[in-house]
Design a binder for this molecule. Structure first.
Ligand code: BV8
Ligand code: ZN
Length: 244
């Protein structure tokens, strides 16, 4: 990383775990425990039961709004600033929909799967930023045309935003270091980015509490909590010319 000219980072739900947000795979806690996120995060589920699906997403939006960035987010914001100011390109890509990277000060952030805080009208297509209080009725309706609102996230079997996945693939192909942090590396095309980086000669590292399908193929597998490992990584870089 000290000698890098371009660092690309991709994060998953594991970087928000220490903020108190359940990871995607264990997203179903409490009253949602009986539902499978893989079933609810689909256009089919929304079409079949828009009230249930919009309730789940609004519940998650309110939960994320009540949580704060943790040292993993804060360290990535610091790294983005230090690398960028020392002339090294730093691209932050996230699969997360919780906006915690932005709340920690990271900018820009490539959101591959959208955000819980943007909602879109299925009638007129109008997008609105939803912050603050929960909706009053489910499914929520559009102020402009009365149509049904959906969360501005990418569901399974939906295309990723072209600009986001295009920028992410460009950054994976151009970087000399690729960090995969807190993702189970099972959802595509996001999970394919580390392979694209490796193919183009980048050194690859993974920070994860557990083993994942890429743990055996990355150059470095740093096992443990992102909120502990990232600050330690920044610390270890601090005697570099990039004056961390
Ligand atoms: C698409 C938003 C084209 C909604 C999400 C091959 C190529 C292309 C597509 C496919 C393909 N094969 C299969 C597909 C289809 C599918 C797919 O990948 N399925 C999987 C299940 C096999 N992909 C799609 O449908 C994508 N669309 O490709 O369009 C197309 C069109 C039509 C037909 C076919 C293809 C769309 C995918 C986007 C889905 N939306 N989220 C919402 O949030 O509700 S994905 C969702 O799961 C999350 O957003 C996240 O992105 C993703 C993975 O979750 P993770 O972030 O990795 O979280 P997870 O809980 O899984 O893991 C957490 C990790 O952190 C764990 O490893 C854990 O150990 C670790 N951890 C925990 N705590 C810590 C920690 N690590 C460090 N520190 C800690 N403290
Ligand atoms: Zn509308």
């Amino acid at each position: 990383m000290r000698d890098a000219h371009h660092v690309t980072v991709m994060t998953g739900a594991g970087v928000s775990a220490e903020s108190g947000i359940p990871t995607f795979r264990d997203a179903m806690e409490g009253l949602w425990a009986r539902f499978d996120p893989m079933q609810l995060a689909t256009p089919e589920a929304f079409a079949a039961n828009p009230e249930l699906v919009t309730r789940w997403y609004d519940h998650r939006r309110m939960m994320c709004a009540a949580c704060d960035p943790n040292p993993a987010h804060e360290t990535l914001t610091h790294m983005q600033r230090v690398f960028t100011s020392s002339g090294c390109r730093f691209t932050l890509i996230t699969q997360n929909v919780d906006r915690l990277h932005q709340r920690a000060g990271s900018d820009p952030v490539i959101e591959l799967h959208g955000s819980l805080f943007m909602w879109r009208c299925t009638g007129c297509g109008r997008s609105t930023e939803q912050t603050g209080v929960a909706f009053e009725t489910y499914p929520p309706t559009c102020e402009a045309c009365g149509g049904c609102l959906r969360p501005g996230v990418v569901w399974f079997h939906e295309m990723l935003p072209e600009e986001a996945i295009g920028a992410a693939q460009q950054a994976a192909g151009a970087c000399d270091v690729f960090l995969s942090i807190g993702t189970s590396s099972m959802v595509y095309p996001a999970a394919g980015l580390v392979g694209a980086a490796h193919t183009r000669g980048a050194r690859t590292a993974e920070i994860n509490r557990d083993e994942t399908p890429i743990s055996g193929s990355v150059d470095w597998h740093l096992r443990g909590a992102a909120g502990r490992i990232l600050p330690a990584l920044a610390e270890s870089l601090s005697d570099s010319p990039k004056d961390f």
